[in-house]
Design a protein around this ligand. Structure first.
Ligand SMILES: [Zn+2]
Length: 183
């Protein structure tokens, strides 16, 4: 397995550990691959260690993967500078050496649990409702191409079933990287 040498895990103040860039990255660049450890059924999550329970990624409605370092230390931001598609992490904006790399946890989330957010972004409300569908319509549309299949399918199901929304809407297959957009 290739060594991940362009990021480092270190203290991120009140957020615990975080992942930091060891060099500059251009917008749209591949950063690293987030490795999955064991896959567990949601009903078995309580059997995991506390540490593993903190580092889970939803794979579908019923299962999740325990994330391995360094990817498990990626923190959420309400104005992230990176985005995950599957296990690959790409930059969403230019990232400077030394900057913390953050993603949007809501891309694959559906529980709607509320967690306190310390991201410090201008648009941060201090908490996050952890569900793709708790984002604004605009955010959902922008994030959709990066969301996992089970979320994308649900998105289309929801939009089909509500006649006032989603009709005639064009979902772009990929985001333009020239777009400066907040997720
Ligand atoms: Zn926040």
């Amino acid at each position: 397995m290739a060594m991940i040498t362009n990021v480092i895990v270190k203290d991120a103040d009140n957020k615990g550990q975080g992942v930091f860039a060891l060099r500059d990255f251009a917008k749209g660049e591949f950063i690293f691959r987030r490795r999955h450890g064991r896959v567990v059924a949601n009903r078995d999550i309580s059997l995991l260690s506390e540490e593993d329970q903190r580092h889970l990624c939803e794979l579908d409605w019923d299962t999740c993967a325990v994330l391995l370092p360094p990817g498990c230390y990626l923190n959420h931001s309400c104005d992230p500078n990176a985005i995950r598609r599957g296990v690959n992490v790409y930059t969403w904006k230019d990232i400077r050496q030394g900057e913390e790399i953050t993603i949007n946890y809501r891309l694959n989330a559906f529980t709607g649990e509320r967690f306190d957010c310390f991201c410090g972004s201008a648009n941060c409300q201090g908490y996050v409702i952890n569900s793709f569908f708790a984002m604004s319509e605009e955010q959902q549309r922008l994030c959709l191409p990066y969301a996992p299949k089970f979320i994308r399918e649900d998105y289309h199901r929801r939009n089909r079933s509500s006649p006032s929304q989603g009709k005639n809407r064009i979902v772009q297959p990929l985001l333009s990287h020239n777009q400066q957009t907040q997720l």
